[in-house]
Every structure is written in C-alpha cells, then in structure tokens.
Design a protein around this ligand. Sequence first.
Ligand code: 13P
Ligand code: G3H
Ligand code: ZN
Ligand code: ZN
Length: 308
Amino acid sequence: MPLVTSAEMFKKVYGKCAVGAFNVNNMEIIQGIVDAAKEEKAPLILQVSAGARKYAKHIYLMKLVEAAVEDTGLPICLHLDHGEDFEICKACVDGGFTSVMIDGSKLSFAENIAVTKKVVEYAHAKGVVVEAELGRLAGIEDAVNVSAKDSSYTDPEQAAEFVHKTGCDSLAVAIGTSHGAYKFKGEAMLDFERLEKIASLLPGFPLVLHGASTVLPEFVAKCNEYGGDIKGAQGVPEDMLHKAGTMGVCKINIDTDLRLAMTASIREYLANSPADFDPRQYLKPAREAIKNMVKHKIANVLNCSNQL
Ligand SMILES: O=C(CO)COP(=O)(O)O
Ligand SMILES: O=C[C@H](O)COP(=O)(O)O
Ligand SMILES: [Zn+2]
Ligand SMILES: [Zn+2]
C-alpha cells in the first residue's frame, strides 16, 4: 500500500466526521500515531511543517513515514502543513508528499488566489492534492468584537469564489480557532453560523480546521506537577470539534495536544527516575502517551474509528 491522497478519505467522511491530521517530528511521534490509527482502523493524515522538515530533514521523515506505511499497511496521507510559498510546495510534491498546503492567508485575496492556483496546477499534474487557507486564525487578542471578526475570519462568499477560482481540494477556514496552547482568554467560542454558511455555499467541499487542540487540563497539570510552568492554557472543547466534523469539516489539525502528552510523560518519568539516562526509558512511555492521546482523539473526539 503506497501513500494515498486525502481525496477518498474526505469523500467517505464528509458530513459525518473529520479525519485527524497529526503533526510529526520524529520516530516516536510517528509510531505512536500510526499504532493508534491502526488499532482504531481510522483514516490518517500525517503532516509535516516547515519547522519539522528543518528539524528532522525531509528524507528522514519521508523514510520514517514510508516505514510506517509498510509496517501498518494503513492508507496514510503525507501532507505539508503551512507551506508558505510555491517553492516549498514544489519540493514536497517532488519529494513524495501526497498532499500539500499552500498557506497564502497572509497575502491579499488576489495574491492568495494566484499562488494557490500555481501550486494547484503543479501538484495536480503529479496527482497531489492541495489545501489552501483563507482568513486569519485568531490570536488570543484577536477577534474580540464583530468588526475584528469580519476582518479576520473567513468570509463565506469569498471562500466560494476562492475555491472556484483556484481549484484547491480543501480549504482551511478561520472561525475562532488558533494555534498553540493559549486559544481563548474567556469562554471558548467558535463561529458555527459562519461555518454553516461557508459549507452551504460549498456543498460537499472539504473544509479544514487548524488550531484544533483541546489542551486537556490534566496534561497541563501533569507538566506543571513535574516542574513545568504552563499558565492560562486553554483549547477548543471536544464537543465543538465533534460538531464541526458534522458540518463539512473533514480534516482537524492536532499538534499541541501531542506535545503536551509527550512532555507530561517525559517530565513525569524523569522526575520519578532521576538516576535513569537511557533515552529509550523515557521515550517509550512518551510514545505510548502519544498513542493514547491519538486513540482518544480518533475514537471520542473525531469519531472516525472504523472509517477505512
Ligand atoms: O493547526 C495545527 C497545525 O497546522 C495545530 O493546531 P494546535 O496547535 O491546536 O494543535
Ligand atoms: O501550525 C503549527 C504546527 O503546530 C506546527 O508547528 P511548528 O511550525 O512549530 O512545527
Ligand atoms: Zn495559516
Ligand atoms: Zn495550522
């Protein structure tokens, strides 16, 4: 079974649930994720950021993901997360990725369309699918009032025009989520009305939610219990993610929750076993922590178990 694109996965889950897209940076993270997906019989997207490519090198991540496909027999999609220009997308298309994201969300509408179109033409000619982004993910200070929302969240009419003009295969939308562990100051709020409007103007078209970690309090607490200092962290409640998955969101991106699970495990191990220094001793439970987190996401949050 070679790497696959996300096209079939999205068709299968549309309107029912979302596929998990998990960020990968090293072997233990990849193994934890794929073991979970295998046990849950779930479709899976592994995604690599520019930072991950820089940290681990394209070739190492590629070979590790190929090994995961061979080892598990799972249909895995390998995706570039937040490609910032045509060149990085091209490098990943040429280098064996089956999906790339061109993130032109910081550009003007016209420039975003132009660069996305260019990536789509290049990628589609090689059988690779393209995710684009329109609208800006809120920072913790952003989108506190309606006018701020209107200037940063995805405009539904623009989204429809953007998809028709670019031919992209999926679209990341801004409805109130943000990257990292500090997503909301007060109550968590997503603009579901806006999501509904976007989906109604793009029937059957896969939408993507970035910044979708839940930042589970027990993992933050464990980090802090064993020497960490993470204050004021808050994520997207699980029921909101579940709901988004029934409204046209087909891909939900999760990185922060894996980072917290891995760090909590390593901190706990090292605090309890100060004489140990073999990395396998703490990376083994860390890998297990990743696996448990991904199983929880797939089975209880994304609801995409048994969707192969
Ligand atoms: O969107 C993400 C990667 O593109 C990850 O989001 P989180 O920081 O919420 O995990
Ligand atoms: O979108 C951000 C992802 O969490 C990846 O983060 P990174 O750029 O630090 O690898
Ligand atoms: Zn973005
Ligand atoms: Zn993202």
